[in-house]
Design a protein around this ligand. Structure first.
Ligand code: MF3
Ligand code: CO
Length: 254
């Protein structure tokens, strides 16, 4: 599958899809407190998407070799990195939790994730969130430099200080009518430049950072990915377009 470049009109639609995701995540950030059940958040998102005319995108997603994803959102707590299936679990003071949402609106997908602290979290956790969100920001800025894909990956890698481990098993990706399009966007540099960054390119950048080893494992539910050593981890994601003239436009802002 080649990379598909979107027209300015298509990007305007993608911005609407992105805004639904961004605003819903902003709302979740306000809701999060000790004692909140993950299932309440999932119910909120399902209702919010329905109310706004967005189609659920994660439920039923079944890449080769996997059972269909059973929920509308991913909710991953502490040592869970990505693809956590929301379950009957209360958030506790000191947890960090990642919410990953995808909405399809007028045929286009918005994909974004945030990791939020629950109550008071420790310094290590707080710093981990800053580092990971900073790496996402560095990647977004690199998208405006008119160079090549590898420069975005390199900018993300370089924004992560030594002592933090960059996950390699999962990457960012193109986004459009499908949630996962070409190209893959690793969070570390490779030896080739990759495709040039052109107006109409839409990427989901999603750095994933562990406090311990970079390795991950899949849990028995076949979806939830956790750190191999049980260390804390973090994930932030935005969907970003390159507009006419080369300006990066973060589509999933609230
Ligand atoms: N948002 C995730 C990503 O960026 C995908 C979620 S997987 C699903 O790739 F199964 F939950 F859909
Ligand atoms: Co994604």
């Amino acid at each position: 599958m080649p990379i598909t470049l979107k027209s300015e009109a298509e990007l305007d639609v993608m911005r609407e899809a992105g805004r639904i995701v961004g605003q819903t995540l902003a709302h979740i950030r306000e809701m999060v407190r000790p004692g909140l059940n993950l299932l309440e958040i999932e119910a909120f998102v399902t209702e919010e998407f329905r109310r706004r005319g967005a189609v659920e995108t994660f439920r039923g997603y079944d890449p080769a070799g996997k059972p269909p994803y059973p929920s509308n959102i991913c909710a991953s707590v502490n040592d869970e990195l990505v693809h956590g299936i929301p379950r009957d679990r209360l958030l506790r003071d000191g947890d960090i939790v990642t919410f990953d949402l995808g909405a399809t609106y007028k045929g286009f997908v918005g994909d974004s994730a945030i990791t939020v602290p629950v109550g008071e979290v420790g310094d290590e956790a707080r710093r981990l969130l800053e580092v990971t969100e900073g790496a996402l920001q560095a990647g977004i800025e690199a998208m405006g430099t008119g160079t090549h894909l590898n420069d975005v990956s390199a900018a993300i890698e370089d924004a992560i200080p030594s002592g933090y481990a960059i996950v390699r098993e999962y990457t960012g990706h193109g986004v459009g009518r499908a949630m996962h399009e070409e190209p893959q966007v690793p969070n570390y540099r490779r030896r080739f430049r990759g495709p040039p960054l052109k107006p109409g390119l839409v990427l989901a950048l999603e750095p994933m950072v562990n406090l311990g080893s970079r390795h991950t494992r899949e849990l028995e539910d076949r979806w939830t990915v956790a750190t191999e050593d049980g260390s804390l981890c973090c994930h932030f994601e935005h969907t970003i377009a390159i507009r006419k003239g080369g300006r990066p436009d973060v589509l999933t802002l609230p």
